[in-house]
Design a protein. Sequence first.
Length: 580
Amino acid sequence: MFTQRQLEHILIGSKTFSPEDFKKHVAAAEAKKQEMEDYLTSEHILSEDNLYETAASLFQLPFVKIKNQPIRKDVLFLIPEPLAQHYQIAAIDTEGDNILKIITTDPENLQAFEFLKKKTGRDLSISITTPSAFKEIMKQYHKSLQAEFQAFTNIDKAKSEGKAGGEKNLQELAEDLPIIRIVDTMMEYAIFEGASDIHIEPEEQQIDIRYRLDGILKSVMTLPKAVQSGVIARIKVLSNLKLDEHRLPQDGRFKIQTRDYNIAFRVSIIPAFDGEKIVLRLLNESAQVRSLEQISMQSNQFAILKKNIHKPHGMILVTGPTGSGKTTTLYTILNVLNVPEVNISTIEDPIEYRMPHVNQSQVNPKIGYTFSIGLRALLRQDPNIIMVGEIRDTETAEIAVNAAMTGHLLLSTLHTNDAVTAIPRLFDMGIPPFLVASTTNMIMAQRLVRKICPYCITSYNLGKAALEELTRQFDLKTILGMLIQQGSVTKNIKSFETLLFYRGKGCKQCNNDGYRGRAGIYEVLDISKELNDAIVKKATREDLMTIARQQGMLTMVEDGFLKAKAGITTIEEVLRVTQE
């Protein structure tokens, strides 16, 4: 379906409508709360064929309608069904060895065309068709897949009745071409979409596949129950796990390397009521580590970070929940510190990025190689800088503090909701207050918020209901004062009602979410002399927070409001990730 911007270009550019007529139709569509294209076709102002023929003429592309014309299965499956459905692109024929004929409803989807050229290694010959004709093509996918899925039904029945040949039978199932195609498509689509996790969830009648995209789980496809055993077996084979173990959890990993990407998959399998649930965590090992400037901090936060990472010893702690980007921040800091004059060693679980000239070691609890044992061993490796993936227990905390006290710069993470709470957490782990005070240089808390899609961003003023809700949760006068102090708004602004904020309307580029990508919001606590004295006296969290605020520390919520005002994210996102 075309966006309003595309329709304006097509219909005014082809002189089908004058600009005045187009505006009238836009107003009428908005009054009926319809998408522009739906309005034009449902009101019979333009037929679907006329609209897409006009578009094809304007873009100088052929217009075709494939009806009841079978497409060769080997050609059709050059583009996996989920990708074809999502991007409204299908392969219909080949021309020689170098050209793939494709059909689409969106001739401006350049990103998808570029991906297909790389994936297939062929040049594309593009034609335009209508959405209804494209639906007919999609039916051919389902007919082909259903025929292949049918082959597994009898195997699954036999297995459920205990008649299957155990591990050998599952091994054969995992090597069947249709199963390989399903699993490859699932993973390829996740990589293309930028998913961080794949959830394979068996239900009574089907298998649900969900991806975590920008921190949010989204359903992307369902598979027939008949392929469940094959899909699970295939992933176990890739991960080198026991095929005939269905009652105990299993963990494994495997890697996919191509010319375009290098992805490691961490696999976790647990027994569930309707089968085995699988979660695959995707780690992009070819991703570039960011520079400090790309962390997108406020200037005063950035100054504190730069000052502390160049200290020769002490602790830098990053806090936040799982998936908040803590490890990525630590890698960014290590990237700055990684020079030939220093020895950097890490103990991690898992190693998410490979870094040259850094000695990275992965824990293995199965053989007793834990964070505390690994950290103790690293101290005998003559390190200048140590990174510990996470301080989980008292023993690791004690070794980390002693390392920081004896001339090492130590980087690590903790699971706390904000920066200040990390100090009482260390007290709870049995670390004496004077050691916490003398070794801690800086604590940083962070969350990841979804960024507004730049292609459909729009401004708005907060409504009455939204203002009332924010007033219940925050002191808006204090936040407004902070926005003025940080230079985000001018001094003559007296209330939130007049402030412009931003959100995404939803478009094809962001899959109608209004969001695309993620950014961090931060809270940076510099351990000053006043805080140091308070820590030695084992001050409460509230007392420590009071001192930090007096020193000018921005909270994560305040940093979130600054980024919402700057059009980076929305107020709704800030509330979603900071509400406890």
